[in-house]
Design a protein around this ligand. Sequence first.
Ligand SMILES: *Cc1c(COP(=O)(O)O)cnc(C)c1O
Length: 355
Amino acid sequence: MLTRPSDATATARLDIDLSALLHNYQTLRQRAGTAEVAPVVKADGYGLGAGPIAGHLARNGARTFFVARLSEGVDLRKALGAGPVIYVLDGLSDPSVFSAHDLRPVINTAEQYQRWISAPDTLAAALHIDTGMNRLGVRAGDLDALPARGRRPLTLVMSHLVCGDEPNSPINPQQLTAFRQIIERFPGVPRSLANSGGHFLGPDYAFDLTRPGISLYGGGPFGKTVPDIRQVATLKAQVLQVGPIDAGETVGYGASFKARNPMWIATLGIGYADGLMRSFGAYGFATVNGERRHLAGRISMDLCCLDVTDLDVAVGDLVEILGPAQPVDEVAHASSTISYEILTRIAPRVERHYI
Ligand SMILES: *Cc1c(COP(=O)(O)O)cnc(C)c1O
């Protein structure tokens, strides 16, 4: 797939565990009951590769996928070939592009709705109704003004949870009630409300189709690791150099880290240009030979440093930054962000391997 120097020279690599992906998909399917589970593979499958991810899930029963951008839809159709349903969350722009690639728009505004019903080609589409996010979607109060859709096939009515990752938020039941009222206007049309978190809020949230993203990829539904969601992405970096420093010496730019005692420092071939958050430097950690150790000093563009005092570490050893020993939610927390940002920031220059 990649034409460049061999694995041996790659200083950072990303292993994507397709059996863990499938395990997570099955977990979500069990939780969804009779509802169809439709993977969200926007942003290149949350950074893990939309084509290989969706291909593997399609071979194992997934029939419907969601992307954000139209260009992502075009690429995904190429990767999957004919058959699976692909919805584009961004809405309806040029209907002819949707027809040409057999993509379904998610209609977000009255203007898009008008374009949809007056397009020369008959396009199947979803209608996104805003129940509180105030981001995308037609407001409930504007539904009455929409003209009749005639024979245009509406294949999904959907809304999106504001606080799906907060199981105790009162906004969840409020949105559930609002969504139930809205769907009464669309008898016979399949309904969808739940993202990953929605699978863990109770069976009422499943409706006919769910749209999980992050939990397929190893993120816990509530920003915390849960036992039945496995880590999918393992990010490892090579040790490029290892050596001792004396007490009082500093590590990295700005001399922000100062050794209190003599210590050993391993320099890792991964930095913020590979997708590490620079904010991970302060509280970050990495796992080497089964031991979790703190990073030392600032993360730089291509490198960061790890305290490996008293460990048997050599140049060329691989250190885990993300993976079973370093769950994505913990790394996100230490980086002051969320799992989504950690995964989608892993840079293209990091080699992807599907295992
Ligand atoms: C991104 C997205 C999802 C998936 O959300 P997760 O929290 O990753 O499960 C579902 N629906 C919509 C509309 C989205 O934008």
